[in-house]
Design a protein around this ligand. Structure first.
Ligand code: SF4
Length: 710
């Protein structure tokens, strides 16, 4: 057996923990954490220990499949590629470029993300959807306006902070405090804040695992974090507790904040959030006075009401207290690559149009996925008719399940490129088998800014691709040729690729890696460095000198549309009452689960055991629901029947149902179908979208709960 140092790859799980994988006779046979890994230092969770199980999975997609009257059956690669190419050409020629769409899901890597986007753009279509628009594009909307570029994502410096304000994030389970942040030891870092005499405050409607190591838990009413933050900002501004020098040197737009924060009366904020006024004010003062503080959010807030405005308030709180680009605050890792410029370059030829439905802007490479179903189901002659899904599972992850099912059925062509048979494959005309990271190797260049410090790491190819699986690079290159569009949406690259191939050489992914690394590091050196290459330390102060993209190099804290949006949010705020008195939360994560991905692995699926609705015991008793009894949970758009359990960890008035279940289709795997669970997205609307990002609400959806007599 040979042992190889590499990283875990379960979906896009944030830390990419360093592991050692044993290989024997072309199979992955063992895995263990790598204590020598410079970033993750021996951490790995239970999910990571099952990497060999998904690579060796007996239900892996190993051959291209085509749907016929008898269902999905094998087809030759050459036939599948030619037929898909012909269909895409025909659809585009008859219905125009916007009839083509792509979607990449959370298991996509940097190369497959690039391929999915550019393949769509090569047709002239702007419809390159992605999973980030279901949970993260609010942050891009804020970064674009405040920092001058959507890809300037700041990360918390927990190792040096003296105050951590965590809103809707449970890093003890997600092993990171912002998407893709590579910090599996975040629990230790948070404990370190307390050891240094600092404070950790968790704002969450649930008593989460992270709450248990915090100083204080603020059990907020779902969807009201914006008002908590604005009340804190108001307190800091009115009491003169802001960092005057930082504000003068680095910000614009504090005065409009003085005005607009007055929209949020402290007593009103206390009543709406459920957090007493004195607690809000005390928290604001402690945050402002701490020598290094950060506020950060994740899914709990990002998939709730007013997501973008809440991120804006977080940015403002961190800014006025002088906690941007300083130790213990939030900072930007410039990484190994200039990602904002690289992404601009890769998207230079794209169609930048806003979404046809709703007029939402493209963020992180595409329009919001939540408009997809309405687009497909519209009568518009230019509506979407073909979808290529790369490493995604829209039928499980998109809001309003019934509608997304109808949209997938209405497509003229659906192609799924994946490793395992997702639920969405049940609707597909073609299913194309992809190689795993361990069968192709690679460099996850798009996440370079999410390392805690500049660091670069190659992930080696360990085994030959199983069956007829192929890298997405080859799949999309061949589909581009068959469809008559330029590979990577670049006619020059396309010509170079053809010229190289005409000489009998391969135009593989290494060409892209060599281009990216040109003038920095030789690819061979990177491949030999099996513990990665350190590229320096974080230099505080550099962000304002080199990275910020606003024209004047200052933080623009008061975009007029956000200021106006805050006034509207305050005016429209209302508590769930009447027909739908509960707030439904679905964004919570469990240690053994990573979206729908881990449901294919027997031991993880068994450990998760499906999903259920959790209520506060007082609510369960009031409704007359016994432990384990079935209940009907209904919202404006749908209704599900689900087992109820009670827990004091859930705030009264809240019902928690975990997402990513509902494996009731004829694809999936035996493991996922053994614990099918219930798809809670039947209850979330695709009409109730964040105004600035088009993201759906998965946390806070008004609903009601009724017992089903046993
Ligand atoms: S936290 Fe677990 S699943 Fe995520 S990268 Fe680390 S080992 Fe893998």
């Amino acid at each position: 057996m040979r042992s190889h140092r590499t990283t875990c790859k379960i979906g896009a799980c944030e830390p990419f923990c360093g592991v050692e994988i044993g290989v024997e006779e072309g199979r992955l046979t063992s895995i263990r954490p790598n204590p020598d890994h410079p970033i993750t230092k021996g951490y790995a969770c239970i999910k990571g220990m099952h990497v060999p199980d998904y690579v060796n999975h007996e239900e892996r997609l190993l051959h291209p499949l085509k749907r016929t009257e008898e269902g999905l059956g094998r087809i030759e690669w050459s036939d599948a590629t030619r037929q898909i190419g012909e269909k895409l050409r025909k659809i585009r020629d008859e219905h125009g470029p916007t009839s083509i769409a792509t979607y990449w899901g959370n298991a996509a890597d940097s190369v497959s993300i690039t391929l999915a986007n550019t393949f769509c753009h090569a047709f002239g279509s702007p419809n390159s959807f992605n999973v980030l628009s279901l949970e993260y594009t609010d942050r891009g909307a804020v970064a674009e306006r405040v920092l001058g570029n959507e890809n300037l994502i700041l990360q918390p410096d927990a190792e040096r902070a003296r105050f951590a304000l965590l809103l809707g994030t449970n890093p003890l389970v997600t092993q990171g405090m912002t998407l893709l942040q590579r910090r599996p030891h975040v629990g230790g870092a948070l404990r370190g804040i307390r050891k240094r005499g600092g404070r950790v405050v968790v704002v969450d409607p649930r008593r989460t695992e992270t709450v248990r190591i915090a100083d204080e838990h603020l059990p907020i009413r779902p969807g009201t974090d914006l008002f908590l933050l604005v009340a804190m900002i108001r307190r800091i501004l009115e009491r003169g507790l802001y960092d005057d020098e930082f504000v003068r040197r680095h910000t614009d737009g504090v005065d409009p904040w003085r005005d607009v924060s007055k929209e949020v009366d402290p007593d009103w904020a206390a009543e709406r959030t459920g957090i007493p006024r004195n607690v809000i004010e005390r928290t604001a003062e402690a945050f402002a006075e701490a020598d290094g503080a950060f506020a950060t959010t994740r899914v709990g807030v990002q998939t709730s009401f007013n997501a973008t405005l809440t991120e804006w308030a977080v940015m403002t709180l961190n800014s006025i207290t002088g906690n941007i680009d300083r130790p213990g605050g939030v900072y930007f890792n410039p990484g190994a690559f200039d990602i904002p410029s690289l992404i601009e370059q890769m998207g230079a030829r794209r169609n930048p149009a806003d979404s046809r439905i709703g007029g939402y802007p493209q963020i992180f490479g595409g329009p919001p996925a939540s408009v997809f179903a309405d687009d497909v189901l519209s009568d518009d002659p230019d509506r979407i008719r073909a979808l290529i899904v790369v490493a995604g599972n829209p039928v499980i992850t998109f809001p309003d399940t019934r509608k997304i099912e109808a949209a997938l059925r209405r497509l003229d062509l659906l192609v799924c490129i994946d490793i395992l048979p997702s639920d969405t494959c049940s609707f597909a005309d073609y299913v194309l088998p992809a190689a795993t990271l361990y069968e192709k190797g690679g460099l996850h260049f798009l996440t370079s800014n999410f390392e805690p410090r500049p660091f670069l790491e190659w992930k080696p190819k360990l085994i030959e691709p199983r069956g007829e699986t192929r890298s997405e690079w080859k799949i999309i290159k061949d589909l581009s040729r068959a469809s008559g569009v330029s590979f990577l949406n670049d006619p020059w690259i396309d010509r170079i690729a053809r010229a190289i191939e005409s000489l009998g050489f391969e135009f593989g992914e290494s060409m892209l890696y060599r281009y990216l690394l040109m003038g920095r590091i030789r690819l061979g050196r990177l491949k030999r460095a099996d513990l990665g290459i350190e590229l320096g330390e974080i230099e505080f102060g550099r962000f304002f000198r080199e990275s910020i993209r606003t024209k004047d190099g200052r933080l623009h804290l008061s975009p007029p549309e956000f200021v106006e949006g805050l006034r509207t949010a305050v005016a429209n705020e209302s508590e769930p009452t009447g027909r739908f008195p509960f707030a439904l939360i679905s964004g919570a994560r469990r240690l053994a689960g990573y979206n729908s991905w881990t449901h294919h692995i027997d031991r993880l699926a068994d450990r998760l055991g499906g999903n259920w609705a959790t209520l506060n015991p007082e609510d369960a008793e009031r409704l007359g629901i016994q432990e384990g009894q079935l209940a009907r949970v209904s919202s404006e758009v749908g209704s599900v029947e689900i087992e109820v359990r009670s827990s004091p960890d859930v705030r009264p008035g809240v019902v928690v149902i975990h997402q990513f279940f509902g494996h009731v289709y004829d694809t999936g795997t035996r493991a996922s179908r053994r614990h099918p669970g219930v798809n809670v997205n039947h209850l979330h609307s695709d009409r109730n979208l964040d105004r600035f990002s088009g993201m759906p609400v998965y946390n806070g959806t008004p609903c009601r709960v009724e017992p089903i007599p046993g």
